[in-house]
Design a protein around this ligand. Structure first.
Ligand code: C2E
Ligand code: CA
Ligand code: CA
Length: 419
């Protein structure tokens, strides 16, 4: 049969398809080696290396969804292609029992593959499914206990306006003050909280807590509407459209939101309710989402983001540049801000490519009416370069590491809150 099917050749290094592409064909490898990879938390993770006789790309073909991974030719390869029409014709002609068996097994296989993918660490090594499930369960119980025991806390990292150098807002970052392990970083428990669904409850708490903190910060710099300007207002001001200084404006809070939290519209409404109850102006709240939300189910993402916008909140796309969406694709979503990933910022003073990427992102974002925030600024020359490029805002260890509530208050009060 393979002899009658069309063939395709790819040279070493060439991409066969990318994550996010529409899946229209499956491939049998007739010759050569193909690498299947994905991006997790900004890092490439190799899922598999496949050789002659292996099949790949068949899931996207069967369920008509977008590719969940990228396929690259590691050497010159020849592939036999199967397209959706051919397959559907074969399926329609098949015995109904066979068709059902195939569908059920496919569903199971897909679930297993997804599970493996989520449990692959950044070095590409696998734990067995059983080991991973056990570890997850133990951590799940620990997280549940920690929620009860109120062991979670938020740290706040200032975000400055690059032209004026003033603190205009904070990003709330979750920490776990574990009784024996000390302060635990979110990278070591958020992925599990996402898998178990605990992130939904944790996320609500993060929002409530960060809005309380924002109220306190706003009071401290005394912005609220009319009234006399207290002496500290100079520390936090709103910029005008040229990035210059205008009258004092309210600080904002950026809050990270996992895709899992926006899966159901009911939860999106709950987020809206929390904001309403807080009494904070909703446009002072910026929800940071990641590209995975947009790519996994674009129609749902657009509806969820629009609802958040209807509540008056702002939306930032986090870690921009590490994923797979193009700027033109971003047009489809109601976004306000692009956060340029630290990967580019940390290398921009050594690698001209990173510098040029940031310049292009800032230029195009401006064309699209989006604001830009650069993350991970650690050195003065990075700050200077970002100012010159015209990036709007910045955040990084150079200005401040994420600080406890008390430290953040002190920072707002200190006279050196300007960079
Ligand atoms: P993120 O949203 O990309 O947050 C930025 C991370 O970069 C933070 O790590 C921050 O401490 C770190 N960072 C800031 N400035 C610098 C710098 O100059 N240099 C370097 N090397 N790093 C810098 P953190 O706090 O460990 O958070 C890690 C990730 O955990 C976050 O990445 C975010 O994806 C997730 N996360 C944190 N809090 C929450 C939360 O409340 N909800 C959810 N869903 N995710 C959260
Ligand atoms: Ca973030
Ligand atoms: Ca980020």
């Amino acid at each position: 049969m393979a002899d009658q099917l069309p063939r395709k050749q790819f040279t070493a290094g060439e991409e066969i398809f990318a994550r996010g592409d529409k899946g229209e064909q499956a491939y049998f490898i007739d010759r050569g080696v193909v690498e299947i990879s994905t991006i997790q938390r900004g890092k490439k993770v190799v899922i598999a290396r496949l050789g002659t006789g292996d099949l790949f790309g068949e899931l996207a073909l069967l369920n008509q969804q977008t590719r969940t991974a990228t396929a690259t030719a590691l050497e010159n390869v020849e592939l036999v292609t199967i397209n959706a029409d051919q397959l559907n014709r074969a399926l329609n002609d098949a015995n109904p029992l066979l068709r059902k068996l195939l569908q059920v097994n496919l569903g199971r296989f897909q679930w297993t593959q997804q599970f493996m993918l989520q449990n692959t660490d950044s070095k590409g090594s696998h734990q067995s499914l059983e080991q991973q499930a056990k570890a997850d369960q133990a951590l799940e119980r620990e997280i549940a206990r920690a929620i009860e025991a109120r062991e979670f806390e938020l740290h706040y990292q200032p975000i400055i306006t690059l032209q004026g150098g003033w603190t205009v807002g904070f990003e709330a970052l979750l920490r776990w003050r574990h009784p024996t392990r000390g302060l635990v970083s979110p990278d070591s428990f958020i992925p599990v909280a996402e898998r178990t669904g605990q992130i939904v409850e944790l996320g609500r708490w993060v929002l409530e807590e960060s809005l309380e903190a924002l109220k306190a910060f706003q009071l401290l710099v005394g912005h609220k509407g009319a009234g006399p300007r207290p002496p500290l207002t100079a520390l936090a001001v709103a910029e005008d459209s040229q990035g210059g200084m205008r009258k004092p404006g309210p600080l904002f809070m950026s809050v990270n939101v996992s895709s899992r939290q926006l899966l159901e519209m009911q939860e999106v409404d709950r987020i809206g309710d929390i904001v309403k109850k807080s009494g904070i102006e909703p446009d002072r709240i910026k929800l940071e989402i990641t590209e995975s939300l947009l790519v996994d189910d674009p129609a749902h993402a657009a509806a969820a983001l629009q609802l958040l916008r209807d509540y008056g909140m702002k939306i930032a796309l986090d870690d921009f540049g590490t994923g797979y969406s193009s700027l033109s694709y971003l047009h489809q979503f109601p976004l306000d801000t692009l956060k340029i990933d630290q990967k580019f910022v940390s290398t921009m003073d050594q690698d001209p490519k990173s510098y040029r990427i940031i310049r292009a992102i800032v230029g195009l974002a401006r064309e699209m009416g989006l604001e830009t925030i650069a993350e991970g600024i650690e050195r003065n020359n990075q700050l200077a370069a970002l100012r010159e490029i015209g990036c709007d805002r910045g955040q990084g260890y150079l200005m401040s590491r994420p600080a406890s509530f008390r430290e953040a208050r002190k920072l707002l009060q200190s006279r050196r809150a300007r960079w």
